[in-house]
Design a binder for this molecule. Sequence first.
Ligand code: HEM
Length: 477
Amino acid sequence: MGMVLVYCFCCALLMAIVLREFKKRNQEKKRANLPPGSMGWPYIGETLQLYTQNPDIFFASRQKRHGEIFKTSILGCPCVMVASPEAVRFVLVKQACLFKPSYPPSKEKLIGPSAIFFHQGIYHNQLRKLVQASLSFDVIRNLVPHIEAIAISALESWSSTSGKVFNTFYEMKKFTFDAAVLSIFGSLDTCYGENLKRNYYILDKGYNSFPTHLPGTLYTKSVMARRRLSRILSQIIRERKKKGLVRKDLLGFLLNFKDANGEALSNDQIIDNILGVLFAAQDTTASLLTWILKYIHDDSKLFEAIKIEQTAIYESNGRGKNPLTWSQTRNMPITNRVIMESLRLASIISFTFREATQDVEYKGFLIPKGWKVLPLFRNIHHNPDFFTDPHVFNPSRFEVVPKPNTFMPFGNGVHACPGNEFAKLEMLILIHHLVTKFRWEVVGSANEVQYDPFPVPQQGLQAKFWKESTSTAVHHL
Ligand code: HEM
């Protein structure tokens, strides 16, 4: 009898151990579930599919197959893509501390490792306050007449040679560069301005090229231009310090900063952040403006509506004799909705990159430490559940506020764009002068998309510009 009892006890114990082990493994298995999706071929993953297909189709087909979160592998990096408002909010806002910004080292080297968008935590927070201060309403409202002067000069130059065909994107890049310089330095001596522009353009050209140090390559030229930019910016900083000027521009805020221990920013930190803001400001705004010109050009009724809105302002300013005012730029509802709809449809920042700093679980899926995480803004902006007929350009949809977290052209959370209002202001001012005094015509086809690296209409939208004769200025031809 005793033996039977011992036997039963041992069996029960064994069973309990087996059950516990089974439960534990089951739990581990549950916890260790990676999101669905294919990692493609060893090392190259799905890189070829991404680069040979339209990226819209690449991401949308996977989302359709796997749902709001799926895995893939691009350029040797395992990635998790997130494509629902809730999942994107989880990564960028709710659990932002578990994900850090992630950029290739070659790009960090060109912009400068101390630039705001490579950082997280206290340093990022301090810089963000400075960048935000330089782009606050109080500061940018004073920039209206200066941005106006840059916009008018750009438009005059495009329309001065009759019949000349321009690459609109490249022209817009000149405009947005000059506007960004304004917000960073206020006014800048012409010789510094030209030198800065020349070298920044070389840097920009090599930014997306293959990072090799072979002489003569775009990347090497870019690295050399970066060194020259450091010298130019050091000179500008030295001169500003010597003059002892206190200005409310980005350079002024960066120079005046002292942390809790009374430490100022180093020269390198200031330079990296000037180049960082220039970089964040130029191509983004230029590519959106290019899309806006295409969308307005393709829809004569829309052109008419914007022209009526802007002509009323133009007339009230004595047909352009008086400058635009800040409050006029805050009251352009139709033009504003055109900008919002362009931000949605063109979704020029299709996604951003983060990296998991530890194993993270989201709805039972594991995002392993070190994996890249890509919030897919474009998929959300083009999802019919949030935007009816998502591929149709329809600014009036913005008469109603979009559902929360479904419209994020400027990102979300601690790294959300601090330049959004400045970007909108530049665009409103340029559109005001464009539609009231000029006309443009797209030359050739602009139906394909080119990645530069932001999406732009093919060949940057080839277009001719001309000045409208005063007699027809208020009528759409
Ligand atoms: C249409 C124009 C623009 C678009 C669509 C845009 C979009 C974005 C997005 C989506 C982010 C967040 C990226 C992320 O979370 O990883 C961002 C960050 C940033 N943007 Fe913009 N941006 C535009 C114009 C500008 C302008 C004009 C400036 C400055 C004058 C600017 C300065 C910045 C900076 C400094 C950051 C980094 C913020 C941080 O890391 O805390 N952007 N932008």
